[in-house]
Write a protein that binds this ligand. Structure first.
Ligand code: HPA
Length: 307
């Protein structure tokens, strides 16, 4: 195994990556190397190609807690269990099925990750890499992510939706740590436009047309599995967060590294810790995400139709 040491030398590598990539050459740096997670993605791609030879998805969807229902609406579906795909970890949490669903939704070929894994299940951040890279290898240029989150804005109604415009990673890990695979993207990818402005605008317009209230703001990801303390929520508010959850950020990082356009929407299933008298629980998350599922599905179908 090669050990990568972070030094100022990496600043030079960024230049050489971009420069050599433009000339179709491999980077010179020794911080690039074979990534096992990419190999798993390539193996998973082979299996998907065999099981769904006609699938040519252009949009990947990550369906969060209790939001997997959208996958049921996929037409001419081919369903592949995560257990059959190298590098696709099987979720252990209720509300997460663990299936890749390929087919047509709103006239677009899609690949849905029905259920996701979370770092609190004991996975490293790198665990999400093969799944997202498989979507990229399949041809998905866009990733639409959904999740359940707690609202920091006290006037948010449980069951309402929030467009994610940016994120704060408080998970103390990054899925791109390790050897960089330059076939997907650069060593130091930018995250300043992680959430695509045009997709966000289409979601705003779609929500208006459909009469769906769509808040917007910054999503902050914690490691979990504990819900936050009220003091943490106050601190996150000062940091600029509007919603808090335990997912999505790793997938978005890997997707952006691979050059995918990203849109993400949270279902605000509760007011965050300290903002309401209601006890926080996963049952509450599933209850309110089920209530919001219909609006969220309509919103995403509207977005797919525009793509
Ligand atoms: N905190 C973290 N994750 C969540 C919450 C919350 O309040 N609600 C749903 N997922």
């Amino acid at each position: 195994m090669r050990v990568v040491v972070a030094t100022a030398e990496h600043a030079v590598d960024v230049e050489s990556w971009a420069h050599r990539a433009r000339r179709g050459k491999r980077p010179l740096s020794r911080c690039y190397g074979p990534a096992p997670v990419s190999e798993q993605a390539r193996q998973a791609l082979e299996i998907v190609r065999k099981r769904a030879p006609n699938a040519a998805p252009t949009v990947g969807l990550v369906l969060g807690s209790g939001l997997g229902g959208l996958a049921e609406r996929v037409q001419d579906a081919t369903i592949i269990e995560f257990a059959d795909l190298p590098g696709f970890p099987v979720p252990s949490v209720e509300g997460h099925a663990g299936r890749l669903v390929l087919g047509t939704l709103a006239g677009k070929q899609v690949a849905c990750l029905q259920g996701r894994v979370h770092l609190y299940e004991g996975h490293s951040p790198q665990t999400v890499v093969p799944m997202i890279r498989t979507l990229s290898l399949l041809g998905c240029a866009t990733l639409i992510a959904t999740n359940a989150a707690g609202a920091l804005d006290p006037d948010a109604t449980p069951g309402s939706l929030m467009l994610i415009t940016d994120h704060i990673n408080m998970q103390s890990g990054n899925p791109l740590v390790g050897p960089n695979d330059e076939a997907f993207g650069p060593r130091f990818p930018a995250m300043d436009r992680a959430y695509d402005a045009e997709l966000a605008q289409w979601l705003r317009e779609g929500a208006k047309t459909l009469g769906i209230a769509l808040r917007e703001g910054v999503y902050l990801a914690t490691l979990g599995p504990t819900f936050e303390t009220p003091a943490e929520i106050r601190a996150f508010g000062v940091m600029g967060a509007n919603a808090v959850g335990m997912s999505t950020v790793p997938e978005v990082i890997v997707a952006r590294h691979a050059g995918m356009r990203v849109a993400a929407v949270s279902v605000l299933t509760n007011l965050a810790a300290g903002l309401s008298k209601e006890d926080l629980s996963h049952e509450q998350t599933l209850h309110y995400s089920a209530l919001a599922a219909d609006d969220l599905q309509k919103l995403i179908i509207g977005l797919l139709a525009k793509l």
